[in-house]
Design a protein around this ligand. Structure first.
Ligand SMILES: [Zn+2]
Length: 344
């Protein structure tokens, strides 16, 4: 079969790889119908040291179940399924409390051991705990929005929950990538009265306003902090969603949180330390977040997608086939595309 492999920074190829197959009785075999490129795929795209082996890529996908192992009970051949960006057993201590990204028997797609979503087929470990059956056909018009349930919409929702967005709150979203934009949707969905987006790309700002952003701050650093203070009567935001992962973004997120407020961070941290320790301490700012347990959120968000209340699929502004994936990485890296969807 063919799949996306990253061999080093800037070196993404579509290669022939061993066919995905069932190994354990708890596995399923899924042929991918839709996948996408993630902003987090751009970190290795810019930094990865060259390797001869290469890493299989992709952690967001929808597909059709082709076969299941003897112990699989909840999905069957022919089902259309969405996969969260981490796989999990659904039964351990952490899965039962809804934190599937800490599953004791789970893990992450791709790398050197497992298939990735940016390929023709994927072996799904712990299929019962991992996959969610979608009640629609594979060519349904809502497919882009359903695909966001594998990561960015659930991750935006996680940021909003970690930032403690409540009805009437002033929320601020740091970052205008696909996750930040989904964070705007999530903040509005949870009742935020005002949503301040910190971003500087015209196309993304326009989409954020459609999604519910009430104010936009295009400045960065100290100037951005000042602008948010002005917009909030000098107090800062109740709930800050940090959707980038860079130290500068985290510093801004903490600086714009009001006393007693919270920062929910979902951008993968690119630095070893959290900045602004003293201001966050003296203002009693809670800092939370981490890899979103999107498996827990799929069931909660699915009705809103199916009934059209939220349209996170609008973050996809480019579509490609598998052969176009390397160009898709380039386009996202150069900010020519917000998020690239792959059709098979
Ligand atoms: Zn588990």
């Amino acid at each position: 079969m063919r799949a996306t492999v990253m061999y080093g920074a800037g070196d993404v190829r579509v290669d022939t790889v061993p066919d995905a197959r069932i190994v354990e009785p708890t596995d399923a075999l899924v042929t991918v119908t839709r996948a996408c490129i993630c902003g987090s795929d751009l970190w290795p795209y810019n930094k990865m040291a060259p390797t001869g082996v290469g890493n299989r890529m992709g952690h967001e996908f929808i597909g059709r179940v082709e076969a299941v192992g003897a112990d699989v009970r909840t999905v069957k051949r022919g089902d259309l399924v969405v996969a969260p960006f981490a796989w999990s057993d659904g039964t351990c201590e952490f899965c039962r409390q809804g934190l599937q990204t800490s599953c004791l028997h789970g893990g992450w797609w791709g790398g050197t051991e497992l298939d990735g979503g940016q390929g023709e087929a994927v072996r799904i470990p712990q299929a019962d705990g991992t996959l969610v059956v979608l009640p629609v056909a594979a060519d349904h018009a809502l497919m882009p929005s359903l695909l966001t349930l594998s990561d960015v919409m659930g991750t935006g929702h996680h940021a909003a929950l970690a930032a403690r967005v409540r009805p009437g709150a002033i929320a601020a979203v740091v970052g205008d990538g696909a996750v930040g934009l989904c964070g705007v949707i999530a903040a509005r969905r949870l009742g935020a009265e005002r949503i301040i987006l910190l971003g500087r790309h015209a196309d993304r700002i326009a989409l954020a306003k459609d999604f519910g952003a009430t104010d936009v701050v295009e400045a960065r650093g100290e100037e951005a902090v000042e602008r948010v203070r002005e917009l909030t009567g000098g107090l800062g935001a109740h709930a800050v969603l940090e959707c980038v992962g860079l130290e500068t973004a985290m510093a801004t997120a903490i600086a714009i949180a009001r006393p007693g407020g919270a920062v929910g961070r979902v951008g993968v941290p690119q630095d070893a330390t959290i900045p602004n320790a003293r201001p966050s301490f003296y203002r009693n700012v809670t800092i939370g977040g981490g890899p979103a347990p999107v498996r827990a959120y799929i069931e909660e968000l699915l009705p809103d997608v199916l009934e059209g209340r939220i349209q996170p699929g609008r973050v996809f502004d480019r579509v490609t086939d598998l052969d176009g994936v390397p160009a898709g990485y380039r386009a996202m890296n150069e900010r020519e595309a917000i998020k690239v969807m792959i059709t098979f």
